[in-house]
Design a protein around this ligand. Structure first.
Ligand code: SF4
Ligand code: MG
Length: 313
C-alpha cells in the first residue's frame, strides 16, 4: 500500500504557500514476473509518481516497495544493488536523461563497469553487444547523444537500462515523444526484449490503444487512486468504473463495436483540492448522493478484477 504526499508551492495572493499534494493515495499493486501491466489515466493522476516509486527513484511517504518480497528501503550492500539494477526506468524524453557530454559507450558502459558486471577490458565489446540488442550500429558508440535522432536516443536509453541486466522496466510515456512510425518500432523492441530477457513491464501511457495492444493487465488511476484494474481484454470489452468507461469511450475501435458510454467531461480537478468522497463525482454521469459523501473502496467484482465505485455496492 503506497502513499506519496509531496509539497507543492502554490501562488496565493502576493506570496507562495506550500501545500501538500496527495499524488498517490493508498495504491496497492503487485506485479508478477513476466507480466506486462499498463497504467493509464489523465495527466496529473499520479501515474509518474507511482512509476518513480516502483523504480526506487522516489521513496514513498508511506508504505513500501517490495522486490521479491523484501522492502527495498531495508536492503543494503549487494542486495540493494541487485534490486536497484533489477528495476530500471525508461523516460519519455531520452534526451534530457542522457548526459550530453558523455559518449554513448560511456553512457551505456559506465554503470556495468563501476559495479563489476563487466571488466573495463570487456567494456567495449559489452557495449557493442547491448547496442546490437537494441538495433543500433555499434560503430556509433563514440558519438554523443545530440548526434542521434529521437528514436535512436530512446534506443540508447533502453540500452543503458539493459546494460545492468534488469528484470523489470518501468516505462513512463516512453514512446510519447516519438513519431508514430517510430513508436511502433520501439514497442516491437520492448516486446522482443521481453521475450529474450523474460522482462516484466509497468507501461505508463496516456495512449490507450497502445496499452490495449501490449498489456496483459491494465490499472486505471484517477487523482492518485486506483479506480479499476483487470485483465486487459476484459477491461476493454466492458469497463466497470464510470471513469474507465469514459476514458475507454475515446479509444477508436477497429471493429466498430459501438460504445454507448459518454465521453469524459470537464477538466481533472487540482490534486491540491480533490473532491470529497469519490474523486470522480463532479464529472461522473452516474453520480448519486453517496458519491460525494464516502470514498468508494476497491472491491473484487470478478476474478482478477477490482473496481472502486458505489454502484457496485
Ligand atoms: Fe460515479 Fe459514484 Fe461510482 Fe464515483 S462512486 S464513479 S461518482 S457512480
Ligand atoms: Mg506523467
Amino acid at each position: 500500500r503506497l502513499d506519496f504526499a509531496g509539497k507543492l508551492a502554490r501562488r496565493l495572493g502576493a506570496g507562495l504557500e506550500e501545500e501538500t499534494v496527495h499524488a498517490v493515495d493508498g495504491v496497492d499493486l503487485s506485479i508478477a514476473q513476466g507480466e506486462v501491466v499498463g497504467l493509464v489515466g489523465e495527466s496529473g493522476c499520479g501515474k509518474s509518481t507511482l512509476g518513480r516509486m516502483v523504480a526506487g527513484i522516489m521513496p514513498p511517504s508511506d508504505g513500501a516497495i517490495l522486490y521479491k518480497g523484501r522492502d527495498i528501503a531495508s536492503l543494503s550492500g549487494d542486495d540493494k544493488l541487485e534490486a536497484t539494477f533489477a528495476v530500471q526506468m525508461i523516460f519519455q524524453d531520452p534526451f534530457s536523461s542522457l548526459n550530453p557530454r558523455m559518449r554513448v559507450e560511456d553512457i551505456i558502459g559506465e554503470a556495468p563497469v563501476v559495479h563489476g558486471l563487466v571488466s573495463s577490458r570487456n567494456k567495449s565489446d559489452y557495449v557493442d553487444e547491448v547496442l546490437t540488442k537494441v538495433g543500433l550500429d555499434p560503430e556509433l558508440k563514440r558519438r554523443y547523444p545530440h548526434q542521434f535522432s529521437g528514436g535512436q536516443r530512446q534506443r540508447i536509453g533502453i540500452a543503458r537500462a539493459l546494460a545492468v541486466k534488469p528484470k523489470f522496466l518501468v516505462c513512463d510515456e516512453a514512446i510519447a515523444a516519438l513519431d508514430v512510425s517510430i513508436q511502433a518500432q520501439v514497442i516491437n523492441l520492448f516486446m522482443d526484449l521481453r521475450e529474450e530477457f523474460d522482462l516484466t513491464y509497468l507501461f505508463i501511457s496516456h495512449d490507450l490503444s497502445v496499452v490495449e495492444h501490449i498489456s496483459e493487465r491494465v490499472v486505471i488511476m484517477y487523482l492518485g487512486r486506483v479506480v479499476e484494474a483487470a485483465q486487459a481484454d476484459a477491461l476493454f470489452a466492458a469497463p466497470n468504473h464510470p471513469y474507465a468507461q469514459a476514458l475507454l469511450s475515446e479509444v477508436p475501435r477497429l471493429d466498430q463495436r459501438k460504445r454507448d458510454f459518454q465521453p469524459i467531461k470537464g477538466e481533472i480537478p487540482s490534486p491540491l483540492d480533490p473532491p470529497p468522497g469519490c474523486h470522480f463525482h463532479p464529472r461522473c454521469p452516474q453520480a448519486f448522493e453517496a458519491c460525494s459523501a464516502a470514498r468508494p473502496l476497491l472491491k473484487t467484482i470478478a476474478p482478477d478484477r477490482i473496481s472502486a465505485c458505489h454502484l457496485n455496492d
